[in-house]
Design a protein around this ligand. Structure first.
Ligand SMILES: [Zn+2]
Length: 75
């Protein structure tokens, strides 16, 4: 009585054994397989962090050069 509806909302299907597991679980309780949860665990690739940092640094450097250029020009 209402249990199935609630269970369907908060459950997911294991990609390995196709058993119903709790949504958000990181490990299947039936087969022990690791469940991927890309929506909850956003793991940034290691190569992207220095790339993003370098991009921010480049933008900051360009802005600094432009500001310094105008500062020299109007001084
Ligand atoms: Zn499983």
């Amino acid at each position: 009585m209402g249990f199935n509806a609630d269970n369907a909302k908060q459950s997911d299907v294991c990609p390995y054994c196709k058993e119903i597991i709790v949504r958000g679980a990181i490990r299947c309780r039936h087969c022990g397989g690791d469940i991927k949860t890309p929506k909850r665990l956003k793991i940034v690739p290691s190569w992207r962090r220095p790339f993003v940092m370098g991009m921010y640094f480049g933008v900051f450097l360009c802005l600094a050069v432009v500001v310094f250029y105008y500062w020299l020009r109007y001084w």
